[in-house]
Design a protein around this ligand. Structure first.
Ligand code: AHM
Ligand code: MG
Length: 327
């Protein structure tokens, strides 16, 4: 197959406001290069020393896997000297990481999403978000920009194929890592998420903890053709957000990680800056919708903390609208 590679794509890429700046092109190429090296580690599994637990905890009190820490270090080391960045923030680090230069962008990432799937050889991924820098030495407040300020976002799925899904604010583009040449080759452009769906993704084991509207929506899906929705639904739940969102980008569906009463003080489990915002940017750019539970459009949420949690409902536009109707 002859396909355009990522650098050829970036050289002509558009953003929402015109041609992609050279610094943004450079940054995306650097992120993709680090992700290709994470892909090699993932593919080696136990042979790469990439499985198992580190025994440490991250800032949210979650036990870190070996691969969480290695992936985080690869991104930090690979991008620390980037002339395109002035700082980074990660799900796996308490504080922001000022980089060597004061470039025009800030990079935020979940270095290894789907940690519970690492040791069982199920798809995992990296999620990233790019914000404009504010000038001078980066401060935490500089990162607290709503998702609508993102200039780029995307994710890499380490699955049967290693796939990069990218938006610069002018559509969604998909690249597959060619195992032979190690090049990222474009396999799809201007991807659109089907507006209607019969497929939902939610961790059903939390049903007893959900708020009533979520429960009512899922009850109606489960009621199938005979119920108020008048159609049979299918359920899929990989438990790696990247894989679940990638299925939705590929064939439609809705993904939900709603608030639940296990931790009533937290709006949800997933993180706004590293998961909610970048995935929502991709989903909206593909014609889908994404809301922060009952707090409205995800990309309009004004962050107040780097590691803030959020409820997530995203995917096929008409289905997200149907879910809103249960509030
Ligand atoms: P992680 O970033 O620590 O891997 O956690 C995020 C993951 C998501 O990928 C997934 O949607 C969710 O947590 C699964 O959580 P649970 O296993 O509680 O259903
Ligand atoms: Mg993670």
């Amino acid at each position: 197959m002859s396909a355009k590679d990522l650098s050829a794509f970036l050289a002509n890429a558009q953003t929402a406001s015109g041609p992609a700046p050279v610094a943004l092109q450079g940054l995306i190429a650097q992120v993709a290069e680090v992700c290709a090296s994470i892909a090699t580690l993932v593919a080696g599994g136990a042979l790469s020393g990439a499985l198992g637990s580190r025994g440490t905890e991250n800032v949210q009190g979650e036990v870190q896997k070996e691969l969480d820490v290695i992936s985080n270090d690869l991104l930090l080391n690979g991008l620390h000297g980037s002339p395109n960045l002035s700082g980074m923030a990660s799900e796996e680090m308490d504080d922001i990481h000022p980089t060597a230069e004061q470039g025009p962008y800030l990079l935020l990432f979940d270095p290894l999403d789907g940690s519970s799937n690492i040791d069982v050889n199920v798809s995992i991924g990296t999620i990233f978000s790019v914000l404009p820098a504010k000038g001078g030495a980066p401060k935490t407040e500089h990162f607290l920009q709503p998702g609508s300020a993102q200039v780029a976002a995307g994710y890499v799925v380490y699955g049967p194929q290693t796939t990069l899904v990218l938006t610069l604010g002018a559509g969604v583009f998909v690249f597959t890592l060619d195992p032979a040449s190690k090049a990222w080759l474009q396999v799809a452009e201007n991807v659109r998420i089907a507006a209607d769906t019969k497929e939902f993704a939610i961790n059903m084991s939390n049903m007893r903890h959900w708020a009533q509207p979520v429960r009512a929506y899922i009850d109606d899906c489960l009621a199938g053709k005979e119920g108020p929705r008048g159609k049979d639904f299918n359920m899929r739940w990989v438990a790696s957000m990247v894989a679940d969102v990638h299925r939705i980008v590929s064939r439609g569906g809705v993904f939900m990680y709603p608030w639940d009463k296990r931790e009533p003080g937290k709006p949800g489990k997933l993180r706004l800056m590293y998961e909610g915002n970048p995935m929502s940017f991709v989903v909206e750019q593909a014609g889908g919708r994404s809301i922060a539970g009952d707090a409205g459009r995800m990309l309009d949420v004004q962050p107040t903390q780097l590691h803030q949690r959020v409820a997530v409902i995203l995917g096929s536009a008409n289905e997200v609208t149907a879910i809103e109707g249960y509030a």
